[in-house]
Write a protein that binds this ligand. Structure first.
Ligand code: NAG
Length: 209
C-alpha cells in the first residue's frame, strides 16, 4: 500500500472516530452500574440507536462469551456516513475486574493501550440497554453513552426510561446523536477497514467506545 493510501485510511478513521466522545475535566463521573446484572442474557446483537456524537451509521454491537470466565468479546460494526461509505469492524475485549459487580467492566480495543470503563447502566436484556464508557486521559476524561435496542428501532417508553436514567447521573442526553439504522444491509463497495490485534500505537482514532 502506498504511503498516501495509508495516510488516507488514517484520515478516514480519524474523521469517523475523533468525535465519538465528549471531553470532561478531572475524573470520570460516577455512574452506578446496574444491580443484579448478568452478562449471559446480554449476549448477542444490539443495534445502537443513539450514541455520543458520531459520524457513523448502522452501528451494531455483538457481545459473545469466551472460554474464560468474566471475559467477553465485543464486535462493533458500522458504516461511515462520510464519502467512501467505509465499513468498520472493531474487536474489543471486555473483562469484569470484580465478579461481585458484573455490570462494571473494562473494555480494551486492539489499537488502544488504555482501557476504558464499560458500565451497563440499565437493561431488560430483551428490548433496551444503555452503556456508559469513560477513559481517563491526561487532564480529564472522555466519555461516551450508547443507547441500544434489540431491533433497529426503539419504543418511546424505553427511550424515556433510559433518558431519565441518564439524567439522574447528570449525563446530558442532548450530546447524543441519533444513529441511522436504515439501508444497513445494502452491500456497498466502499472501504473495508478492520482493526487487527494491535501493532499500531498512537492516534486519536483508536477511541471507539
Ligand atoms: C456475533 O459474533 C459471533 C462470534 O464472533 C458470530 O459467530 C456471530 O455470527 C455474530 N453475529 C452477527 C449477527 O454478526
Amino acid at each position: 500500500m502506498g504511503v498516501l493510501r495509508v495516510l488516507f485510511l488514517f484520515l478516514v478513521i480519524f474523521i469517523a472516530y475523533s468525535s465519538q466522545h465528549s471531553y470532561g475535566l478531572g475524573e470520570c463521573p460516577e455512574v452506578t452500574p446496574m444491580d443484579n446484572f448478568k452478562m449471559r442474557p446480554m449476549l448477542g446483537i444490539w443495534y445502537v440507536i443513539k450514541k455520543t456524537a458520531t459520524n457513523s451509521a448502522c452501528i451494531t454491537y455483538n457481545f459473545t462469551a469466551t472460554h474464560t470466565r468474566n471475559k467477553y468479546h465485543l464486535q462493533q460494526e458500522s458504516h461511515s456516513i462520510i464519502p467512501g461509505k467505509a465499513h468498520y469492524h472493531y474487536n474489543g475485549e471486555l473483562t469484569v475486574p470484580n465478579a461481585v459487580n458484573p455490570a462494571k467492566m473494562k473494555v480494551k480495543f486492539a489499537l488502544n493501550l488504555i482501557p476504558a470503563s464499560y458500565i451497563v447502566v440499565i437493561t431488560d436484556y430483551h428490548n433496551y440497554a444503555a452503556i456508559f464508557t469513560c477513559q481517563r486521559i491526561a487532564f480529564g476524561n472522555r466519555k461516551s453513552v450508547s443507547i441500544l435496542s434489540r431491533k433497529r428501532t426503539i419504543d418511546d417508553d424505553y427511550m424515556q426510561l433510559i433518558l431519565n436514567t441518564l439524567k439522574s447521573f447528570k449525563l446530558n442526553p442532548n450530546e447524543l446523536s441519533t444513529i441511522a439504522q436504515v439501508n444497513c444491509d445494502k452491500q456497498d463497495d466502499g472501504l473495508e477497514l478492520r482493526s487487527v490485534s494491535g501493532t499500531s500505537r498512537s492516534g486519536d482514532y483508536e477511541w471507539i467506545p
